[in-house]
Structures are given as structure tokens and as C-alpha cells.
Ligand binder design. Structure first.
Ligand code: GLC
Length: 450
């Protein structure tokens, strides 16, 4: 009897627990979609690597970690880091002009040098470098004035801090297992700094780095995330908090195939370095930056493009020019960029594309000069109401080939693009459809009717 009762109880409870589980997970999904919305729509962010490494123009933090310079010589750069031409208003205007909707700034890189007047530790731009200033607060103020979203980069490793495990690739101070108290004292310092950043600047996004040095348990990643979410449930985390992030961060290597993850952001150098290096002149051209940007958004990602201010706070002219050129192109083509979704497969169009939110407009990005002034679109089952050049308005002629009445194959559309409408970078074509896009993906058979 007892058994039957238990069985009945299980039968009675099971569907309820499954459906409540489903409700919870669908609620979580809705929360996630809402939280990630601004990020998904933003498409472009500007990354800023600014630190004492810009004085000698050597690689950020890694130069002493890998033994190219001693730690004490590396730290001599503190005397040259003067920030005397630092103009955060100009920085924020440039970021806005580039068309970026958010920025991520290195508040502290692996070398442990902080850009704000932290109460915790004394390696920072207020106490220990020539600048003698909190450099972060005025930047945040200008970014907020522009209505841009704010991301704070924070390195989990701090190779200069006395209680951090690693000093260089050869010098390890201690092992966590053997000295958990010392590790805890490092975590306290880290948590104090992060709470300070959280309460002062209320970032929209945390961009962690360096999680590879320890596992999530040692970093206390889960606890850290919970703490930073307190009062700020909508704050976004990049993936470098071990497995606790909201989105993936491929670095420099642009994904060849569309990543399977829903949210991702490609972080990219403007030349070959993150920090300012006067010897690095291997700048990408505006065309190449736009190539990367278009490729990224057509695959549903964001581009986080890095700039590297000099030690006096000025932004190298070359970098300014690239951002302005990118900004001009973004402005002209904004409808094809912001808030769009990833595009269609290359089987339908030989090039990158995006889709409007309602999927009723398809944007085709044309890099080269089209042969015979035409581009080709295949297997779109919708009626095309109109095709026009984005940012220019010219309505384009279309020709439909291979459309027969006896099957549903939608045919091949040739779209004519007059030479004079071509953009110096990418020309963008809007294809306005009668309803959300329907891609034809069946094989066609023999003619059975004629
Ligand atoms: C890397 C490097 C670092 C750079 C960062 C940017 O993880 O350690 O120097 O700041 O990526 O994505």
C-alpha cells in the first residue's frame, strides 16, 4: 500500500516538477536575452590598452614575465608615464565617431598597474607613476556623457603583487595548496579592488583576462561573479572567468566558420600589438578593418577593436584616422549594421550579409567591383519588393532567371549595381522582402509538367 502511495505521489509530482523546471529555464532564457540585448545590438566596441608599457613601447606585462626585461627595469617606466596630454573628452568623442557603442578599458593589466587611485595596493596612476592622477574617473565620466556602455578590463593575475602566485614564467612565489592563507590574502586584495571598481563606476560589462593561470575553484569564479552581480543583475561577463562568462572572446583569429555560441566578440589589434609600440607599424588599413568588421557581424558577432594610447595620453594619429574612416562608413551603413542578425549562407550569396531584426530586409555586403555590374542572389523564396543601395537610395534593377511555374524553385536574381553607386569600401545592398526571409533549400527534380 505504502509503495502504491509513493508511486502515485511520484506520478503526481513529476509533471509538475518538469513543467516548473521548464518555466524556470524559459524565464532564465528571457532574462538572458534581455540582459544581452544592448551587447548583441552594439556590434562595435573600442578596446583600450593603456599602461606603463607604453613608455618604452614594449609588450604589455609579458615583456617582464617572459624575461625580455627585468621587473625592476620594467617598473622604471612608472617615471615616464606622465599622461600630460590625456584628454578623455577627445577619447570619448573618437570612440563615438568610430560608430562604437561601447568601450572596454584596461583598468589593470597583468603587471598590476592600476589606472585609478585604488585604496588597495599602491601600484597605480595616482600614487606611483609620474601622472599622479586617477585616470579612470574622468574617462568614465566622458563615456557616460556620450551614453556609451562601459566595460572594465581587469586582469585576474597580478604578477607584481606580493601575494600572487606567479611573478614571472620562471619565478613562482608559492603554490596555493601549500599556502592557502597567502592565496586568500591575494583574493581579498582582488575582491577589494573589484568592489571599488564596481561601486565607483558601475560598469555594464566586466572583461576579465588571464583566467588560464588557475582553475575556477582557485579563482573562486562563481563567488566573484555572484558578488559583482549583487545590485547589478544585468552586468555582462566575458568568457575569461573560466566557465562563468556570458559570451566567447576569440582573440585576433577571426572565426572561419560561424561560431555555435550565441554571443561572441572578436578582440582585435589595430596593428600587431595591444599596447602602444612605436616600432609596430603593421597597421591594418581601414579597408582591412572593415573586412574584419563585416565578416564578424555577418557571423553574428561583435568586433572589439583595440587602440593603444601613448604614455602622454595621446592617441597615435594613424589610429585616429582608422577610427574616423571606419566611423564614416558605419554612419552611412548604420541600418545594415546595428541591431542586425547574422546573415544567410554563402550558398545563397557569395559574400557576407546581415538581416534586419524582423528578417524582412537582407543586407548584402559587396567588397569588389561586380562583373557585368551584377551580383547574384539564389534560392530566396520571398517576393523581393525592392533592392536599393544603403546610404545612397538608388533603386536597383533586378532580373529573375530560371524561375519556372511547375516547381517552387525561386530562381536566381541578378541585381544590377551601377558603377557610380559603388562605395570605396563595401557597397551595401538592401533587399526588401515581402515577409521574413524564407530560404529555399530543397533539391529540384525533373520537369513533370510543361
Ligand atoms: C591576452 C593577453 C593580453 C591582452 C589580451 C587582450 O590574453 O594576455 O596581453 O591584453 O589578451 O585580449
Amino acid at each position: 500500500m505504502m509503495r502504491i502511495k509513493i508511486l502515485l505521489l511520484i506520478l503526481f509530482l513529476t509533471p509538475i516538477s518538469i513543467s516548473s523546471q521548464q518555466i524556470i529555464s524559459s524565464n532564465n532564457e528571457i532574462d538572458e536575452i534581455n540582459k544581452m540585448r544592448w551587447f548583441e545590438e552594439a556590434k562595435l566596441g573600442i578596446f583600450i590598452h593603456w599602461g606603463i608599457y607604453s613608455v618604452n613601447g614594449i609588450s604589455e606585462s609579458w615583456s617582464f614575465f617572459n624575461g625580455y626585461i627585468s621587473h625592476s627595469d620594467y617598473m622604471k617606466q612608472l617615471d615616464g608615464f606622465n599622461a600630460k596630454k590625456y584628454d578623455p573628452k577627445e577619447w570619448s568623442s573618437l570612440i563615438e565617431e568610430s560608430g562604437a557603442k561601447y568601450t572596454v578599458i584596461t583598468t589593470k593589466h597583468h603587471d598590476g598597474f592600476a589606472l585609478w587611485d585604488s585604496k588597495y595596493g599602491n601600484l597605480n596612476s595616482f600614487e606611483s607613476s609620474k601622472s599622479k592622477k586617477d585616470l579612470l574617473t574622468p574617462f568614465v565620466k566622458e563615456i557616460r556623457n556620450k551614453g556609451l556602455k562601459l566595460g572594465l578590463y581587469y586582469s585576474l593575475p597580478d604578477w607584481s603583487y606580493k601575494d600572487y602566485t606567479n611573478h614571472t614564467n620562471k619565478i613562482k612565489r608559492y603554490r596555493i595548496k601549500e599556502n592557502p592563507n597567502r592565496w586568500q590574502s591575494f583574493l581579498n586584495y582582488r575582491d577589494n579592488q573589484l568592489n571599488e571598481l564596481k561601486n565607483r563606476y558601475k560598469p555594464d560589462l566586466w572583461w576579465f583576462d588571464g583566467d588560464w593561470e588557475h582553475n575556477a575553484i582557485d579563482w573562486k569564479s562563481r563567488e566573484l561573479k555572484t558578488e559583482l552581480q549583487k545590485d547589478f543583475p544585468n552586468v555582462i561577463f566575458n568568457s575569461r572567468l573560466n566557465q562563468f562568462g556570458d559570451y566567447e572572446t576569440p582573440e585576433i583569429g577571426i572565426p572561419v566558420y560561424r561560431p555555435s555560441s550565441k554571443y561572441w566578440e572578436l578582440c582585435m589589434t589595430i596593428n600587431d600589438s595591444w599596447g602602444y609600440q612605436q616600432n609596430d607599424n603593421n597597421y591594418k588599413t581601414p579597408m582591412q578593418i572593415i573586412d574584419l568588421f563585416v565578416d564578424t557581424i555577418s557571423k553574428g558577432g561583435n568586433l572589439l577593436l583595440n587602440i593603444s594610447p601613448k604614455s602622454d595620453g595621446s592617441i597615435p594619429e594613424k589610429q585616429k584616422l582608422i577610427l574616423k574612416e571606419l566611423g564614416k562608413w558605419n554612419k552611412k551603413h548604420s541600418s545594415a549594421i546595428y541591431s542586425t542578425k547574422k546573415g544567410i549562407a554563402y550558398d545563397h550569396f557569395y559574400g557576407p550579409s546581415t538581416l534586419s531584426k524582423d528578417k524582412k530586409t537582407l543586407f548584402l555586403f559587396v567588397r569588389d567591383i561586380p562583373k557585368d555590374n551584377q551580383i547574384v542572389l539564389k534560392g530566396i523564396s520571398n517576393k523581393i519588393n525592392r533592392a536599393y543601395i544603403v546610404g545612397n537610395g538608388t533603386v536597383l534593377n533586378q532580373q529573375l532567371l530560371c524561375k519556372v511555374y511547375w516547381n517552387k524553385y525561386p530562381g536566381i536574381t541578378y541585381i544590377e549595381i551601377p558603377k557610380k553607386t559603388l562605395d570605396p569600401y563595401y557597397t551595401v545592398i538592401a533587399i526588401v522582402l515581402d515577409s521574413p526571409i524564407k530560404l529555399f533549400n530543397k533539391n529540384t527534380g525533373a520537369i513533370e509538367l510543361n
